[in-house]
Design a protein around this ligand. Structure first.
Ligand code: NDP
Length: 264
């Protein structure tokens, strides 16, 4: 089945690794023109090279851009428009989580986490809004976490800020309906990432394979599917929600957690 995005223009923030890069690859494979950003030039160049090696004819644009820097994001948006054309799909993926409980989270840490979760979405939305208004199939898709609905005490600030992002996504969906722009999110459980790979390198049982080691973690955490997600799994969900295939879906939060959610 096609996502109907051939020739459409997509932007993925934090597209240089993990879930973002997996989304970039699916978008490119489906014939979209894709722009992505990150803060580290080496990672960004490596990601662009890896995509162009597999898809030499792909129309892509990459630029160093910190999504928390409003001017950076405005410049990125202008250049994407000049290089690839009017943007149809914005995927807000850039970010990371913070592991800390109440007693070891300082006020500055709270401020940083709140800034990251709000402004990693607010700056790109502002910068790309005019483009999205002019698209015939405009969409914004936010990467969020199951923590929004199911907080974890060891990630207190991230959980709380994720709940705020879920709320914000809903408000944007309602406000932007008048422009034909859909706004959705995915709620992640635990997905294989560079952080997990680093922990694997330092595992206590050197004989454990990646599958055994991650499978044990998933079982201990009570993930019914007994494994972590692979980056391409949330990436497929992101591309679906961003694409015209999800044309009657807005304000939705799609669970991609291997059944980790405990609520109805
Ligand atoms: P990765 O670390 O592999 O990818 C994160 C990407 O975001 C990188 O390309 C990184 O590049 C970029 N990035 C981070 N901060 C910024 C910034 N301020 N401006 C621009 N780019 C930035 O992580 P994942 O793929 O695992 O995570 C993707 C998203 O999913 C994140 O928002 C994460 O919080 C969220 N998530 C992940 C979960 C998981 O289990 N993996 C669970 C729940 C949520 P660079 O560092 O070069 O800037």
């Amino acid at each position: 089945m096609s996502f109907h995005i051939k020739g459409k223009v997509a932007v993925v923030t934090g597209g240089s690794s993990g879930i973002g890069l997996a989304a970039v690859e699916i978008l490119v494979a489906e014939g979209a023109k894709v722009a992505w950003c990150g803060r580290d030039q080496q990672r960004l160049t490596a990601s662009q090279n890896s995509i162009l090696e597999k898809y030499p004819d792909a129309e892509v644009f990459t630029k160093i851009c910190n999504v928390l820097d409003k001017n950076d994001v405005q410049q990125f948006a202008q250049q994407v428009n000049q290089q690839l054309g009017n943007v149809d799909m914005l995927i807000n993926n850039a970010g990371q989580g913070r592991v800390s409980n109440f007693e070891n989270t300082q006020d500055e840490d709270w401020m940083k986490e709140i800034e990251l979760k709000y402004f990693s979405v607010l700056h790109p939305v502002r910068a790309f809004l005019n483009d999205l208004k002019q698209s015939q199939c405009g969409s914004i898709t936010n990467v969020n976490s199951l923590l929004a609905l199911q907080p974890e005490p060891h990630m207190i600030a991230t959980s709380s800020a994720r709940a705020a992002l879920l709320n914000l996504t809903h408000s944007l969906a309602h406000e932007f309906s008048q422009y034909g722009i859909r706004v959705n999110s995915i709620l992640l459980g635990m997905v294989e990432s560079a952080q997990w790979k680093r922990r694997f390198e330092n595992r206590s049982d050197a004989n454990a394979s990646w599958e055994q080691w991650t499978g044990d973690i998933a079982k201990k955490r009570g993930i019914p599917m007994q494994r972590l997600g692979k980056p391409e799994e949330p990436a497929h969900a992101l591309v679906f929600l961003a694409s015209p295939l999800a044309s009657y879906t807005t304000g939705a939060a799609l669970d991609v957690s291997g059944g980790f959610n405990k609520h109805l």
